[in-house]
Ligand binder design. Structure first.
Ligand code: GLU
Length: 498
């Protein structure tokens, strides 16, 4: 149950500065869940005011990732909506208007300090071992004078006029009240000299105008959270509710996930970027389940959640603000659970592209027949290829040494195959039931172990040491082909011993 009884308007507000990572996906997921749960709206807003960090194609990748995860938005850059535009670079005029409003109300001011002067101030502060901050030179320039200087073409920024006295308290739904002394907060720049607003102003103007009720964002925004509270109050606007999510730690649990660490993970065949998980054979359902539980729990034992379950059960009350270590073993586990939860035809559809990518042209009916054999054991979808591609090959050519049975010579192994051939050649029906008993009897008659006989047979028929269950596989391959492959196995084994 949710503590929310009003439809929530929530926004995911990524900056298109690179690949979408797991932390962003989790923020978007929690946004989406709250919107769906309360019958509200999920908004996608692109925060692209930092043109230096802009990455071409990042916005498209973000949208693709969100859609792959099943997180559709009602309002956004591509679908529009009543509070657009939804891309910050198209909202410049709005920020200018509201920045001016703050200046006129005495909550912000124009600053004409040159970068050189600011650098000097910083150096002096450093030598005095003070934290870097703006020294307030332009704080008290009258508006009339400032306007004259602007008119004369002087370069300027807009700074927030942070109160020098008193304290500010802001509230996070999970972390409670956070209070700071105002003098510790710098006069942050709201609008840069090129006229573009910075995050601190843009986020507030947008959240207000877009009627956002809940802001879910990363803990990296906690240090400037009080500043945001001050700006809301300077405008006289109602503040939304805030939840700051924990950071993700490295899989070892020691330290924050860094860019370098991400590079290392790639080398180990892992990733923190959403775009990679599909190719790695993960289901979006599993990824959603996994990230949902990195920072939220329902109780101490339920682990399987479908999107529908999450929509019903998610609540901010159970969001855990302490950092969570990324645990890929858990992801594999969830992927297995969700693979087993799919219908056979759905799973068949999802493994098909992996066969196609590996160069096969899988017949749909055959694919449907083999899927149940894979479903019980698979961890990732790409494993299907390695385990079952032989079904789609005309011929299999096992390595001769793989055909040699445990504790047997090549000739003895060939004898085993010859006996097996005799056993199955007489069968009129060729299915699991018809195959199993006669072949088990053969094991007895030969005085061997099941593992020895079936091991040889498996390599002969499938070409590999590990495969889906043998009798089921033989049934699908069919009598004629099974016999051909057993004969080929005999020939290969006989060649070994000459
Ligand atoms: N653009 C900011 C980011 O990507 C958004 C933070 C927020 O949700 O307010 O971190």
């Amino acid at each position: 149950m949710s503590e929310l009884n009003q439809p929530a308007r929530v926004r995911f507000a990524p900056s298109p500065t690179g690949h979408m990572h797991l932390g962003s996906a989790r923020t978007a997921l929690y946004d989406y869940l709250i919107a769906r749960q309360t019958g509200g709206q999920f908004i996608l807003r692109i925060e692209d005011t930092d043109r230096k960090r802009f990455v071409e194609g990042a916005e498209e990748e973000l949208m693709k990732g969100l859609r792959w995860l099943g997180l559709e938005w009602e309002e956004g850059t591509d679908v529009g909506g009543p509070y657009g535009p939804y891309r910050q670079s198209e909202r410049k005029a709005l920020y200018a208007k509201y920045a001016r409003q703050l200046v006129e109300n005495g909550h912000a001011y124009y600053c004409f300090c040159t970068p050189e002067r600011l650098r000097k101030v910083r150096e002096e502060q450093q030598s005095r071992k003070e934290d870097a901050h703006y020294d307030g030179t332009c704080r008290d320039i009258s508006l009339a004078e400032a306007d004259r200087r602007i008119e004369a073409g002087e370069k300027h920024v807009v700074r927030f006029k942070t109160p020098r006295e008193g304290t500010t308290t802001v509230h996070d739904m999970r972390r409670g009240d956070i209070t700071v002394e105002n003098r510790k907060i710098d006069d942050y720049i709201l609008v840069k000299s090129d006229g573009l607003a910075l995050y601190h102003l843009a986020v507030i103007v947008d959240d207000h105008l877009m009627k956002v009720t809940h802001v879910v964002r990363g803990a990296e925004w906690l240090p400037t959270f009080p500043l945001h509270g001050m700006i809301y109050r300077a405008f006289g606007w109602q503040e939304p509710e805030f939840v700051h999510l924990s950071v993700f730690l490295k899989p070892s649990g020691k330290g924050k996930m860094s860019k370098r660490e991400a590079g290392q993970l790639m080398k180990d065949g892992r990733s923190i970027f959403v775009k990679d998980f599909e190719d790695m054979g993960y289901l979006p359902e599993a990824l959603v389940n996994w990230i949902a539980l990195m920072g939220w729990s329902y109780d101490d034992h339920t682990e399987f959640f479908s999107m529908q379950d999450l929509i019903e059960k998610f609540s901010f009350e159970k969001v855990n603000p302490s950092p969570a270590a990324i645990n890929f073993t858990k992801l594999d586990h969830f992927n297995g659970l969700h693979i087993r939860n799919l219908s056979v035809s759905d799973l068949a559809k999802r493994i098909k592209p992996f066969f196609v990518k590996a160069g096969y042209d899988p017949d749909d009916e055959l694919l449907l027949n083999i899927t149940p054999l894979l479903q019980e054991r698979m961890r990732t979808l790409d494993e299907a290829v390695e385990k079952a591609a032989f079904f789609f090959r005309e011929d299999v050519v096992p390595l001769p040494e793989d055909l040699v049975g445990k504790k047997l010579t090549a000739n003895e192994s060939a004898d085993v195959l010859e006996e097996a051939l005799k056993t199955i050649a007489g069968l009129t029906v060729f299915d699991v039931e018809a195959l199993e008993q006669p072949l088990r009897n053969l094991v007895e008659e030969l005085g061997l172990k099941a593992g020895q006989v079936f091991g040889i047979l498996r390599v002969a028929v499938t070409g590999q040491k590990v495969s889906p269950p043998l009798f089921e596989s033989m049934e699908i391959i069919g009598k004629e082909k099974s016999i051909e492959r057993i004969m080929q196995g005999i020939a290969l084994l006989r060649e070994i011993d000459g």
